[in-house]
Ligand binder design. Structure first.
Ligand code: GDP
Length: 299
């Protein structure tokens, strides 16, 4: 898996090589530390975490009795600590008793939401779970069609409503059918129109409410496009303010050299990255693992 992650992670190794190149200098002077800071900020880690990391590196890489610790080991340890290996990143796809687990997938249009729902269904099927998809993005006909195509591709049925219909009624019907048919997990795709906050809150709130008349939503995944950097983060924040997000899916990491966004998004939203998107194909969604990710970054 690490090899695959390394191959897919855009710019994989460049950040690590850059940092290690600088850290291996004979003398770590102020200019070098500044260059290290620039590299980290350039990778979208964010200013504050960068300063904390540099502070730690400076302390640990001070010559003590002529015995300098290995820079790579120190950098790896500190990066893993920054990505936070203590987060519970397990996906809650199982419901109580016989009820299905319900995964609500939210995020701005274009971030890869529908694609993620399709890939997630693939993972569930591969784990021998039965799944059902709900096409609750009824505002765009293309979104429903796209999800139907994914359903065919991964062999999972899709509950759909009329174009322009009520997203909440599609979500309700998908979960009702999931309960009737004793399905393990229902995954609901939602609309990502970033209209005003109140509109979004009303819409997503209603979707969640009608589902929860039947059974609890077990996981709310917020999809964020890694290539949009700090800007995407601002939009993602709006979603996290209107619905209780339990996990983040960071997509298009294969197209972004800014893997540091993992650190920034977890800090700002206070929830773990649970999955990463590494391409457009059905198998290009992977569980996130802090150590494997840092190893891929370091190359
Ligand atoms: P939605 O509007 O949020 O539902 O976004 P879509 O699922 O339609 O995805 C938008 C575009 O991003 C599509 O062309 C997808 O194939 C592409 N995409 C989604 N996830 C990834 C990913 O992890 N990597 C890459 N390279 N492309 C992705």
């Amino acid at each position: 898996r690490l090899v695959r992650l390394r191959q897919r992670l855009a710019g994989s190794g460049t950040l690590g090589r850059g940092l290690l190149g600088l850290l291996s200098k004979e003398r770590l002077d102020e200019d070098t530390w500044e260059a290290i800071e620039d590299l980290l900020i350039g990778a979208d880690i964010g200013v504050e975490p960068t300063q904390q990391l540099v502070e730690k590196l400076r302390t640990r890489l001070r010559v003590e009795g002529g015995d300098l610790p290995d820079a790579r080991t120190v950098l790896r340890e500190e990066l893993i600590a920054l990505v936070d290996p203590t987060f519970d990143r397990s996906l809650r796809v199982t419901g109580e008793g016989d009820a299905p687990g319900v995964v609500l997938v939210v995020g701005v249009n274009g971030t890869g939401k529908t694609t993620t729902v399709g890939k997630l269904a693939r993972i569930l099927v591969a784990e021998d779970r039965t799944a059902l998809l709900g096409a609750a993005d009824t505002f765009r006909a293309a979104a429903t069609e796209q999800l139907a195509t994914w359903g065919d591709r991964v062999g999972v049925e899709v509950v759909r409503g009329p174009e322009g219909g009520d997203p909440a009624s599609v979500a309700f019907e998908a979960v009702a059918r999931g309960i009737r048919e004793d399905v393990d997990t229902v995954v609901v795709d939602t609309a990502g129109r970033l209209q005003n906050k109140q509109g979004l809150m009303d819409e997503l709130g209603k979707v969640k409410r009608v589902i929860e008349k039947q059974t609890p939503v077990t996981e709310v995944l917020l999809v964020l496009d890694a290539t949009t950097g700090q800007n995407g983060l601002v939009q993602a924040k709006v979603f996290s303010e209107v619905v209780d997000v339990t996990g983040i899916v960071l997509t298009k990491l294969d197209g972004s050299a800014k893997g540091g966004i993992v650190v920034a998004v977890q800090r700002q939203l206070g929830v773990p990255v649970k999955l990463v998107g590494l391409g457009e194909g059905p198998d290009d969604l992977a569980p996130f693992d802090a150590a494997a990710f840092v190893d891929a970054l370091l190359g």
